[in-house]
Write a protein that binds this ligand. Structure first.
Ligand code: ZN
Length: 470
């Protein structure tokens, strides 16, 4: 075990790790006056910012959850690291060579586990990227070319190739001083009959990075027909990689997401690439899981979503039932976010990658521009199944769609959509439609979950309104 890091080195790490920059990698900060910055706290769920940073003193404090400390404490908390690991991580970023009380620079093998696993991923990503140029990887290069990606694009996103061997990567990492146990823990290898074997073989590899840019996992696409395993494989859950809270492309997109106050959620790695290359640099994707609560929190922090500071989250779907279900599920999440949620339905079911290949960059930008508010999308999806040419069909569609409208908590918004619903159905009787929605809302309201947080976050009128029945 390595000794204590020297105090003077710890002080140097603090000095060379500007707190606003480090915190700014995880959440959007804005000026709060008096030399302070504020943003949405990453450690508790909130809608208006109570997370404060004082760059001059190198400190942060959250008035919501009373968590606070210096830059090292922040890194410890946000990435679940020990003190030593946090210092090592900041030192690596700042280019500081740490010295330990035992004397001499510590060999890398003594560094904290997280640093070791991150380093293994960095070396692995480099290895895979180099392999993409080998003769064997021609299938991978063809795959990329057919999807409109050039060598420079692959390089920009760090796309690589995992050779069709049992232990190409294992050998390479052993040669760099990594222990078999570390490779298995990292999810880069798995136990075979005679020791660890490469987890990914004969696949195109996308490095998945955390917000600070460290590679923490891989997404892998199968390339060979005789490969009987799943089309896409991801790194399993590891100390570094938690698929529920990782967004592919977020490291590249986060600045633009903050600047444009927009995030575009697409379905795959190639879609993220296509969007970025087509001029939609705010695209991100989940990795082997559907979009969930943790993803929303990450985006909200990047968008610093609150009453006076609105952002948009645009989901792209091919319009199939899976996509619709995902959109409708958002209703069950909190509605404050839903009103900023949009849906862009892909024409002819073409995902952004196919769209770009077929119709060019402008078509991808058009797809994003053609977004519909989630409420409108949800209501129109419901009425799409009915024949609106008959009175019976219009009534049935009304009964199908009214519960969706009735579930809108914001009273004014509910009223607006009730009026729109009348127009979309062609009933031409707003009062009739409003009455139907009102009846349903009255029935739904007492049973609806009460939102305990709504009143206490300083949001004001909007949350109060949500409990009033039409
Ligand atoms: Zn907090």
């Amino acid at each position: 075990m390595a000794g204590r890091i020297r105090n003077e080195d710890i002080a140097l790490v603090r000095e060379r790790s500007p707190i606003a920059d480090v915190v700014g990698e995880y959440l959007q900060l804005r000026n709060a006056g008096g030399g302070n910055l504020k943003g949405l706290c990453p450690f508790h769920d909130e809608k208006s910012p109570s997370f404060n940073v004082t760059p001059a003193r190198g400190l942060w404090f959250c008035f919501g959850c009373s968590n606070g400390g210096d830059v090292i404490k922040f890194v410890q908390e946000i990435d679940h690291l020990s003190f030593t690991e946090a210092v090592e991580r900041l030192a690596a970023k700042a280019g500081i060579q740490l010295r330990y009380e035992d004397g001499g620079p510590t060999p890398r093998r003594d560094a904290g586990q997280r640093a070791r696993l991150v380093e293994a991923h960095r070396v692995a990503a480099e290895f895979y990227a180099e392999q993409l140029a080998t003769p064997e990887a021609v299938v991978g290069r063809r795959f990329l070319a057919e999807r409109g990606f050039e060598a420079a694009d692959a390089e920009h996103f760090g796309v690589g190739y995992a050779p069709r061997e049992w232990e190409a990567l294992v050998r390479h990492l052993r040669g760099r001083g990594f222990a078999d146990r570390e490779l298995v823990t990292a999810g880069l290898a798995k136990e075979g009959r005679r020791g660890p074997i490469d987890r990914f073989r004969g696949r195109l590899m996308w490095p998945i990075r955390d917000l600070s840019g460290d590679v923490i996992g891989f997404g892998a696409r199968k390339l060979y027909d005789d490969d009987g395993t799943a089309k896409y494989l991801n790194t399993p859950e590891t100390p570094l990689f938690h698929k529920g809270s990782v967004l592919y492309g977020a490291d590249l997109a986060r600045k633009e997401i903050a600047r444009r106050r927009q995030a575009v959620v697409v379905e795959g790695y190639t879609d993220v690439m296509a969007c970025h290359l087509a001029g939609v640099p705010t695209a991100i994707a989940t990795c082997g899981t559907s979009f969930g609560g943790e993803h929303i929190k990450i985006l909200r922090r990047l968008l610093m979503d609150q009453d006076e500071f609105r952002g948009e989250v645009i989901f792209t779907f091919d319009g199939d039932s899976a996509g619709q279900r995902a959109a409708l599920r958002a209703f069950e999440e909190e509605q404050k976010f839903v009103t900023q949620t949009f849906v862009a339905v892909q024409p002819d079911g073409l995902d952004p990658c196919d769209l770009r290949v077929r119709y060019g960059d402008a078509a991808v930008r058009d797809l994003v521009a053609s977004r519909l508010p989630l409420f409108e999308f949800a209501i129109r999806s419901r009425i799409g199944d009915y024949d609106l040419d008959t009175a019976e069909g219009r009534l049935a569609a009304l009964d199908a769609a009214a519960p969706v409208v009735a579930s809108i908590k914001d009273r004014a918004l509910r009223q607006m959509y009730a009026i729109s619903l009348d127009r979309w159905l062609g009933i031409m009787d707003e009062q009739f439609v409003l009455r139907r929605v009102r009846e349903l809302a009255a029935r739904q309201r007492p049973a609806a979950r009460t939102n305990g947080r709504a009143g206490g976050t300083g949001g004001g009128g909007k949350s109060d309104r949500s409990h009033v029945v039409l």
